[in-house]
Design a protein around this ligand. Structure first.
Ligand code: HEM
Length: 427
């Protein structure tokens, strides 16, 4: 009866579930009990040790000798034999990239390939980012209502990602389908039936990545990161292997685009929900970078990441056996009051907001973080200038793809009165 109804946030290790319920609604809030009472616990449903406090999550990220990143892109839910047969049909062979490579191979490769991420290299892309962003805003600026995800925040990061990688622009809808399949394949819990469709899309994505790679190999003279990587393979074939290039072509498309698309949608949603803050950044665009950082802390697009203990270890005073899998929840760490004062308040002036763990930490920390920051800054600069009067369409329901790690709303409807667009009176 009603009095016995369980409080949705009164969770325990035994019934903690990441694919439905509170974690899908608000991952940080869903682990409050854990941060307070049991910051490192084993979840029998998942087969993972969950780590929820800031210091512990950071300590795991920091220690690659004990906590290997090799399982970072493993499937959360093992495939059925039928789904595996579909993947085999496509010769699916996603293997080590950077993010799931152990030392010393990882650092050697990262050093060889990080050139494209240096600030002076990223600066070359800024004009392209601004141009593509403006083109997309031009299309809807007079419309009065738009789904920002559908009409801008999904596709613009994809175009930028392809440009950054040096991949010719492709069928965007197909790549969107592939990326979502990759996310479900890696971090979701598809049913047996769904697994077949997901495997088909992932298999096709793998094949497509191989074809693009072969095309690019014929003339790898462009400025893209993949062109650069192909050229480096000629000098250092043992460091930049064939398997790496094929795997990174696929993983790179996802890493460079879906992450930023979701982070941008989360950030616009948050700042529009906090109208006074939105108005502050419209009035003073110099506040945008720290506001973005605070949104990455408050509601990041990667909410959890994985490591495997390759030796017996201790995390937060808890013994972790050798071989154990860990799910380190950045969303929870980022709301830990032991590190962030009033963590549940969105504070765009917060001085330690860049301590957030949304980009990971240590030797694997996101290589693309400054590209993502630049994109997001330009999206905010353009939209605060051209549509400062936009607001969230009231009473919309936000849906999220059920999975452990990738988070952003499927749609984000906003509206405004086009007759009040600043560029009409002050072009
Ligand atoms: C690694 C998040 C955008 C490329 C990572 C990791 C996270 C992450 C959590 C793993 C960190 C670790 O293990 O310590 C994000 C988020 C993004 C974003 C939240 C957007 C807001 C990008 C972009 C690129 C990119 C735009 C561009 C190509 C990479 C690469 C790695 C990585 C190459 C592997 C680095 C290594 O292992 O050495 N990212 N990322 N990311 N990310 Fe990102």
């Amino acid at each position: 009866e009603a009095t016995k109804a369980k409080c949705p946030f009164d969770n325990t290790p035994a019934d903690f579930d990441m694919f439905e319920g509170p974690y899908q609604v608000d991952p940080a809030e869903a682990l409050r009990w854990s941060r307070d009472r049991e910051p490192v616990f084993y979840s029998p449903k998942l087969g993972y040790w969950i780590v929820s406090r800031y210091e512990d999550v950071k300590a795991v990220f920091r220690n690659n000798d004990v906590f290997s990143p090799s399982i970072a892109l493993e499937k959360m839910t093992p495939n059925s034999p039928e789904a595996n047969a579909v993947l085999e049909k496509y010769d699916y062979g996603m293997n080590r990239t950077l993010v799931n490579e152990d030392e010393p191979a990882h650092m050697e490769r990262r050093r060889v390939l990080l050139h494209s991420f240096l600030p002076e290299e990223l600066a070359h892309h800024e004009e392209m980012v601004r141009k593509v962003t403006r083109q997309y805003v031009d299309r809807f600026v007079d419309r009065g209502e738009v789904d920002l995800v559908e009409d801008m925040l999904w596709e613009v990061p994809l175009i930028i990602a392809l440009n950054f990688l040096g991949v010719p622009e492709e069928d965007m809808d197909r790549l969107r389908e592939y990326s979502i399949a990759h996310t479900v394949n890696t971090w979701g819990r598809p049913t047996l039936d769904e697994q077949i469709g997901v495997a088909e899309a992932v298999g096709k994505f793998w094949q497509f990545s191989g074809e693009v790679l072969e095309k690019m190999r014929k003339n790898p003279n462009g400025h893209g990161w993949m062109d650069y990587s192909i050229r480096k393979q000629k000098e250092l074939p043992e460091v930049v292997t064939d398997s790496y290039l094929h795997s990174m072509m696929m993983a790179g498309i996802v890493a460079a685009h879906e992450t930023t698309a979701n982070a941008s949608a989360n950030a616009f949603k948050l700042l529009l929900e906090n109208r006074a803050l939105w108005e502050s950044i419209c009035a003073n665009p110099a506040l945008i970078p720290n506001a973005i950082e605070e949104c990455l802390r408050f509601s990041g697009s990667f909410v959890a990441w994985r490591r495997r203990a390759i030796k017996p270890a201790v995390v937060g005073g808890v013994d972790i056996p050798e071989g154990a899998k860990l799910l380190i929840v950045m969303a929870s760490a980022n709301h830990d009051e032991r590190h962030f004062e009033n963590p549940d308040e969105l504070d765009i002036y917060r001085d330690n907001t860049t301590d957030h763990l949304t980009f990971g930490y240590g030797s694997h920390q996101c290589l693309g973080k400054n590209l993502a920051r630049m994109e997001m800054r330009i999206f905010f600069e353009e939209l605060t200038k051209r549509l400062p009067h936009m607001e969230l369409v009231p009473n919309q329901k936000f849906e999220y793809l059920p999975n452990t790690s990738v988070r952003g709303p499927d749609n984000l409807w906003v509206r405004w009165d086009p007759s009040k667009n600043p560029e009409r009176t002050n072009p």
